[in-house]
Design a binder for this molecule. Structure first.
Ligand SMILES: [Zn+2]
Length: 396
């Protein structure tokens, strides 16, 4: 079936176009200013952008990837992401969810495409944040091999603190298995970051600025060292709770936009009504600003999603929207090596297309040419996990 969408603002890889985007079955077949023959869906006043690819997402709409999960949870998660324009995702999962994610990936499922599993840890250290009472295992090759085998070929990225003993062995092994290495929750000094980059190579910084030592004028810390390196990508949580606007401006002065991948780092409470929840024996709070705190008052991921953060980047940080769109779609697609097929509105690529209004809300999401969400027909809540919604115990 052929679909023709008209818009004054189509964000193609080559620039913004006032015209038509045409796709047939799952592929974009034309993007043109000429009026095509056929039935035209008129979204003239709205923006047409490529589907968002979120490489760091622990949960959304009541669905959690960092807890025991079954296939229903994974599919619910993928479907709910279409409500916020996400068409591709790396579920950031605990091992209890690996098998179910792998099984779903082998099946014919609806919703955002899973491009692999992201394991944030387990080999962490804590630096630059509230650290009371948290300990983590030291890096172990055996344990890493066990996790890689458990994921059965689906592990795409693992985050590790590179300064820890044995971390280099783990990083070398991950690379030999074609798994991306992220530098995460780390106590590293600047020199330890440079050493790791020289000796074993870090592919990406996990949520740049968070979970690491920040920049001081006598010591640039892990953040400064990561920004000084030229062959590393950066995850960025642009919700303005995790990193302030001026720090983002500083980051973009150090490195070009094409090094940054916008991530949500959301957990299951994102999208749900704000309040106090008890789930999986943990108590957490979420507020309107998108802050999620645990009972110690520590930030536990974000209650916002990438599209919401794109608004902040445009309106407050003043980044051109064309660049923001690339940070949300093309840069993560390139990082994952899937940009031949998706990540931008380009003829020949998959029809992963999102139509948004000027309040940064999704009107319609197409995933590989199929409608995953349509605000004229669907309610977002219909995609949420209703059991999770019952776990709300109080307003804030
Ligand atoms: Zn995370």
């Amino acid at each position: 079936m052929r679909t023709i969408i008209k818009s004054n603002e189509i964000y193609t890889e080559g620039g913004v176009l006032n015209g038509y985007i045409i796709f047939e079955d799952n592929k974009i077949i034309d993007i043109t200013e000429e009026v095509p023959v056929g039935e035209i869906i008129d979204y003239s006043k709205y923006r047409v952008i490529p589907g968002i690819i979120d490489i760091h997402n622990h949960g959304f709409g009541g669905w959690s990837m960092t807890d025991p999960a079954n296939k229903e949870d994974i599919i619910g998660f993928c479907k709910s992401l279409a409500t916020v324009g996400v068409t591709g995702v790396l579920p950031t999962a605990k091992e209890e969810a690996f098998v179910a994610i792998h099984d779903v990936m082998q099946s014919d499922y609806e919703g955002a495409r899973i491009h692999g599993i992201h394991s944030e840890g387990p080999f962490w250290a804590r630096g630059g944040e509230n650290t009371i009472g948290m300990t983590w295992p030291t890096p172990s090759l055996e344990e890493t091999k066990r996790l890689v085998e458990l994921a059965n070929g689906s592990l795409k990225m693992m985050a590790i603190a590179p300064e820890l003993e044995n971390a280099y062995d783990v990083i070398k092994y991950l690379h030999s298995e074609n798994i991306k290495v992220a530098c995460c929750h780390t106590k590293a000094k600047s020199q330890q970051i440079h050493d790791a980059e020289r000796k074993v190579k870090l592919d990406i910084a996990t949520h740049l600025g968070n979970g690491m030592q920040g920049i001081h004028h006598r010591d640039v810390g892990a953040l400064g060292a990561l920004l000084l390196e030229n062959n590393i990508q950066y995850e960025l949580i642009a919700d303005l709770n995790h990193v302030c606007s001026e720090m983002m401006q500083l980051m973009f002065k150090c490195q070009p936009y094409d090094k940054f991948c916008l991530i949500s780092d959301s957990n299951f409470m994102a999208g749900l009504p704000t309040g106090r929840y008890i789930r999986y024996d943990r108590e957490m709070f979420s507020d309107e600003k998108g802050l999620i705190l645990n009972s110690d008052g520590r930030i536990c991921g974000s209650g916002k999603w990438v599209l919401s953060n794109m608004e902040k980047l445009e309106k407050i940080v003043k980044v051109p929207f064309e660049e923001i769109v690339k940070m949300a779609s093309l840069n993560p697609a390139k990082f994952l090596g899937i940009n031949q097929n998706t990540g931008s509105l380009t003829i020949g690529k998959e029809a992963d297309i999102v139509i948004i209004n000027h309040d940064y809300e999704v009107l319609r999401t197409y995933i590989q040419g199929k409608i995953g969400f349509d605000s004229a027909i669907n309610k977002k809540e219909d995609f949420y996990n209703h059991e999770a919604m019952k776990k709300k115990i109080a307003e804030l």
